[in-house]
Design a protein. Sequence first.
Length: 238
Amino acid sequence: MSKTKERTGAATANNVSTQGQVVGPVAPPRVSARRRRPGVIALSLALIAAGGAGVAVLLLQVGNRTEVVTVVRDVQVGQVLTEQDLGRASMALDPAVKAVRADSLKSVVGKRAAVELKPGSMLSPSQVTRDSLVKSGEQLVPIGLKPEQVPATALVSGQKVRLVHVPAQGAGDTGQAGKQSDGSQETIAGRVVKASQAAPGTGVVVVDVATAAKDGPTAAAWLSAGTLRMVLDAPDGN
């Protein structure tokens, strides 16, 4: 090999060695630490505290459960309650909720349902009564109301009503039918004992109305003649 080629090969080797030199590890760029924001830290702590308080309240409510009386089957208005109609359930109660406690179940057995009771509902003291819904000296008059005669206001047990005598069809010429000698309309005071659901197909609602015993036959006669109408009294009876 010639000296010229030897010099060229050495130069090439030196160049490759220089270019292939291994570079040391690169230091990562310095990142300045973020400034801590006291407001964000305080908000985070407040949220954590609020969450802990909520969990504590929930656990407290779950722990403070009350045994109450429930209804396990349908009970109609005026029906006498038996032990088979009632059950027990444990639940967290708001202090404002009035419920019959389970240890008082015996005290409601034998009472009458003041309203219609449905299975799965909690029993409250106002839903039962010792009084008969038809009192001594009263009579019960069942009144069928057509859909257009049923008030939009739901009829409930104990609601005061007034039975009104209206002129019969074709008897209004004199203007006196259904009126007393002083010109006032003939009316009978009554009280709703029970109202049925609307009958399928006809929509007729049957309302049991308690009236004074002396007025029962009169109301029945008006009803038979088709001259009876029922109106709701104001809550105070006026």
